[in-house]
Write a protein that binds this ligand. Structure first.
Ligand SMILES: Cc1cc2nc3c(=O)[nH]c(=O)nc-3n(C[C@H](O)[C@H](O)[C@H](O)COP(=O)(O)OP(=O)(O)OC[C@H]3O[C@@H](n4cnc5c(N)ncnc54)[C@H](O)[C@@H]3O)c2cc1C
Length: 336
């Protein structure tokens, strides 16, 4: 049994914790926030269903509480096209409130025996030849066999340890917000393309709709009180927020006794529309490889994890470039 510290209780951290606990490891999850905590990213790809089944927590999705959809409505110059997840429409995605989903996933990990320390950050990290040997939290020193960075875009551990990130393409800022009681309630998530970028609208709960705006000209900022025209008769709630979603990957994503998972390992803009799926996949993979370290060398394990993550990132970067080219989005940089 290994002692594993997971920093961050988002989908990547909780799914990693569940897999590790099932394999008999001792897991402590530390998050700087109280849960439930808000997070953007409400449209979940159907692929999360088999993953949650594999984790043994598919009941989270089975209670009928989260809304289902069969595909995405894509619009360009008033021409609308429905893009189904698959042709026989058997695959359905989810529209949900991330605060609820993330909290339920974390509770599954706690139910399996994870110790959860909320509203806390590491005050001291002790390393020896690149290995994290111990951490200090709440004046207590904890020895560590493995440590997982699941801190999302902050990539706290990666930054503390001086991991380099490889940045791709032009800088991208995603703006997002929520609107209550708008009369426009699309059944399926909807992406509307224009020459400068796209606007995403998705219902997350009855009477609550999320929007995201990404303009490929980073200098064209979205005003604080901006909301999409379609939602104008609703009430904006919580204000608009901005996040740097420039494509980037940690090099490496794993080393010594550290694994970076989810957004801590790589970030793509939300046009990729499967950040949560990738977060859960990488959390599960890191846990699987920690288990494999009983029989395989760490060199092999890191080689496998790093090439698996790099291949996904490269594939998604190519797909996103094709998408922006297809919809003829203008950019202020030579390179999308
Ligand atoms: C505007 C926007 C829209 C998006 N839309 C979608 C979508 O529709 N579908 C989709 O699949 N994905 C979407 N995404 C991407 C998705 O939100 C992320 O890929 C996903 O949340 C990554 O999960 P994670 O577990 O890696 O990180 P997170 O969910 O970000 O969780 C990280 C956790 O780490 C904690 N933390 C941070 N720093 C520390 C620290 N120092 N110590 C301890 N804890 C710390 C945070 O409090 C947080 O709980 C969107 C992203 C954005 C920005």
């Amino acid at each position: 049994m290994s002692k594993i510290i997971i920093l961050g209780a988002g989908p990547s951290g909780s799914s990693c914790a569940i897999s590790l606990l099932k394999a008999g490891h001792e897991v402590t999850i530390i998050d700087r926030s109280h849960f439930p905590r808000n997070a953007p990213g409400e449209t979940l790809h159907p692929g999360i269903e088999p993953l949650l089944k594999e984790l043994g927590v598919s009941r989270i999705l089975e209670n009928g509480y989260f809304m289902r959809h069969e595909g995405i409505e894509s619009l360009k110059e008033s021409q609308s096209k429905f893009i189904a997840y698959n042709e026989d429409e058997a695959w359905k995605g989810f529209q949900l409130f991330r605060a609820d989903f993330d909290h339920q996933l974390l509770n599954e990990a706690i139910g399996l025996g994870a110790q959860f320390i909320p509203k806390c950050t590491i005050s001291k990290l002790s390393t020896n030849q690149g290995f994290v040997e111990s951490i200090e939290v709440n004046n207590t020193v904890i020895n560590v066999d493995f440590i997982i960075d699941a801190t999302g875009k902050r990539a706290w551990l990666a930054n503390e340890l001086g991991v380099r990130f490889s940045w791709k393409g032009a800088q991208k800022i995603a703006y997002y917000g929520y609107v209550k009681e708008a009369s426009f309630q699309p059944e399926n998530p909807r992406i509307e393309w224009d020459e400068n970028g796209w606007t995403w609208i998705a219902r997350v709960k009855d009477d609550l709709t999320a929007w995201v705006r990404l303009d490929l000209d980073v200098h064209r900022k979205v005003d604080n009180d901006w909301i999409p025209t379609k939602l104008k008769d609703g009430k904006s709630t919580g204000g608009r927020k901005a996040v740097d979603v420039t494509w980037r990957i940690a090099e490496p994503c794993s080393f010594a006794n550290c694994f970076l998972v989810g957004d801590a390992a790589f970030v793509l803009d939300p046009g990729a529309s499967h950040g949560v799926l990738k977060a859960i996949m990488s959390g599960m993979m890191a846990a699987h490889l920690i288990e494999q370290s009983k029989t395989h060398s760490m060199a092999k394990i890191h080689e496998h994890y790093n090439s698996w993550m790099q291949n996904q990132f490269d594939h998604d970067v190519t797909k996103l470039r094709e998408l922006y080219e297809k919809y003829e989005v203008k950019t202020n940089a030579n390179n999308v």
